[in-house]
Design a protein. Sequence first.
Length: 99
Amino acid sequence: MSRTRDTLRQSLVNCLEASSRPLSYKELSAMLGVSEKDLPQHMEHVAKSLRSKGSQLIILPAACITCGYRFEKRKKLTLPSRCPLCKSERIDPPLFTVK
C-alpha cells in the first residue's frame, strides 16, 4: 500500500485515504508495521498537514463498552485508560478517517 520512499506520516495519510472505513491505531499499526504507541504523536502532525492541504482528519472518539460514554471532548489522540463514569477499562479505541 505504501511506497518505500514515503515517510511514515505520508503512509498514514495514504492508508486513511485508501480505506473505505475509519481505521484504529491497531489496524494502522498492522498495515504499516510500526508500534501503536508511536502513532498518536504522528497523527497530530498528520492532522496539521491535512488542514494545510484542504482536507481534514476525522476522529471518531473512543467509547466505553460498558456504559456507552463517548469521549467527545478529549483532546488527546491516545486511548483513554478508563471511563470517568463507570470506571470500566473496556474502551473501544478512537477511529480515524480523512475527509
